[in-house]
Design a protein around this ligand. Sequence first.
Ligand code: KG4
Ligand code: ZN
Length: 342
Amino acid sequence: MRILAIETSCDETAVAVVQDRRDVLSNVVSSQVALHRPYGGVVPELASREHVRQIAVIVQAALEAAQVQLEQIDGLAVTQGPGLIGSLLVGVSFAKTLAYALERPLVAVNHLEGHLFSPLIEHETIEFPALGLIVSGGHTSLYWIPRMEEYRRVARTRDDAAGEALDKLSKAVGLGYPGGPIIDRLSERGTTNAFSFSMPKISDGALDFSFSGFKTAALRHIRQHSILPVTDFSAVPQPVIDLVASFQNAIVQTLAKRTRSALHQFPARSVLLTGGVACNRLLRKTFKEWFEPLGAAVYYPSPCYTTDNAAMIAAAAFPKFERGQFADLRLTADANLQLESI
Ligand code: KG4
Ligand code: ZN
């Protein structure tokens, strides 16, 4: 069984050809980072236009990289939501057109389920029950997964997503976009106790995350200490390095503490760390160090399957293909699609 999967929920035009669940024949991602960089974040209108320009080219590139003809595809999978509606519509329309023209079945996939499936691309088996953290520029949510494909959201962010907070701080100190990878690299040279961020307390829904307080505190610190935007990347001032390292540390500590509290309520055998921010080295290290001694194996994908990609959409689609859970041509994109089945 060979699936061509399409992902266009945000600012990556991504297409993958995957065979028999874990054999990724190609995984092509066209990033729009350069297009959105001048604005310090994704501009929805520009994103959808760029998807329109790129989608056919990327499908062709994924087929060529996989050395597969279009007619040799057995089925299509596409991200239905959540995401930016204009971006999602491009992928959904293109996938429906291909499915109709080729007379192949089409499966609709929730983008968040794709992220939660991403560790299964490289690990044949994962022990359930699991706790799955999705931490990206658009999402920060924790799911209880008693069995494969059964999800209950046990925590979410009340304000910014973790990646969004990193991106905003990076912009505020002039370090550029996207901020997460830049802050990850710079923090190696910083001290994490240069600045202390107090953890937010949430009275109802104690497991929920909140990051906007960190951002406000960091902006106040920038003002009080007259920190100017960075202009020379080869000589970033130490106070800026220390601030971003402390900020990253506060986010990592929050994510790890909330996940540890969840683990007390939901005794999982695995913790899945997914979404773009799961590339973060301190986050990966902290999760391994904290959770493996508690008996929960920590799984995170390689970076190419961590940030938005279509191989994870194919991975999540396989069980649906096996069950014959197909979408028809009335399928529409859903910007607010929820992931909750129990
Ligand atoms: O999953 P993703 O590609 O797209 C969304 O669905 O949002 O995640 C992008 C986010 C951005 O906020 C980016 O700054 C962050 O992931 N990110 C990182 C790292 N690499 C990407 N954050 C922290 N450390 C990294 N190494
Ligand atoms: Zn994502």
